[in-house]
Design a protein around this ligand. Structure first.
Ligand SMILES: [Zn+2]
Length: 226
């Protein structure tokens, strides 16, 4: 008999919580896999790039997250992992995404319900073009109204740009410090790497990716005249 079965035989209410959490994990994994495949189709997560997560429970903190190294065009719900607040795998088989530390940092500092990360062409190009400024501005576009709490096109959205780094713990510390002091930002860029954004729930995070990717492409095309 497994430890889980022993516990549930003793405590039915705990078993019920486990079942509910398992069902929520499955639902989120289904939705995340679908989003991943659709982002691949739109050219935002080619190859094994990008990673996605959603909060299964807040206390204790549990995230459904993509494992490392998977083709995002063929992502399936059964491939997702559940991790705890220290990035230890508590459900599923495999290694969580190499950038898990950034997902946990965003969830901790912003109370996000989902975090989505893309490696699109325009986020890669523009994060390099504007890297010396440390941020880029998206200004005066109607599509800005798709971002949480933005109700007019007369808004200047700042996307901070971090230097890319393979030391994710170090990067997570920088990201966490910035997000604590800049409550208005809806996302950030990693130089020559990609976009991170989040939402209160998965639907909002997905909308933020669509809005920010659209705006980055609009800015890029207007600068290059294409
Ligand atoms: Zn990445």
């Amino acid at each position: 008999m497994t430890g889980a079965r022993k516990r549930s035989a003793i405590n039915p209410s705990r078993r019920s919580r486990r079942e509910k959490s398992g069902a929520r994990f499955q639902n989120l994994a289904d939705a995340l896999a679908q989003i991943g495949r659709s982002f691949y189709q739109r050219g935002w997560v080619f190859g094994t790039s990008g990673n996605f997560s959603a909060v299964v429970s807040e206390r204790p903190l549990r995230l459904a997250i993509t494992p490392t190294g998977l083709d995002k065009g063929a992502l399936e719900a059964g491939q997702f992992l559940e991790i705890d607040e220290a990035a230890r795998v508590v459900r599923g088989n495999g290694m969580p995404s190499a950038e898990t530390g950034l997902h946990l940092a965003i969830v901790r500092t912003r109370g996000a319900g989902a975090v989505l990360h893309t490696h699109s062409l325009w986020s890669t190009v523009l994060s390099d073009v504007f890297s010396a400024d440390g941020a880029l501005a998206l200004d005066g576009f109607e599509m800005l109204k798709g971002l949480r709490d933005i109700h007019t096109h007369e808004h200047r959205e700042i996307l901070p740009i971090f230097e890319n780094c393979q030391n994710i713990a170090q990067l997570a510390t920088q990201v966490e410090a910035l997000l604590k002091h800049e409550p208005a930002v809806h996302g950030f860029l990693l130089r020559r790497h990609g976009l991170y954004t989040w939402g209160q729930d998965l639907a909002e995070a997905k909308r933020h990716v669509e809005i920010l990717e659209f705006l980055l492409e609009a800015l890029g095309r207007s600068r290059t005249g294409v």
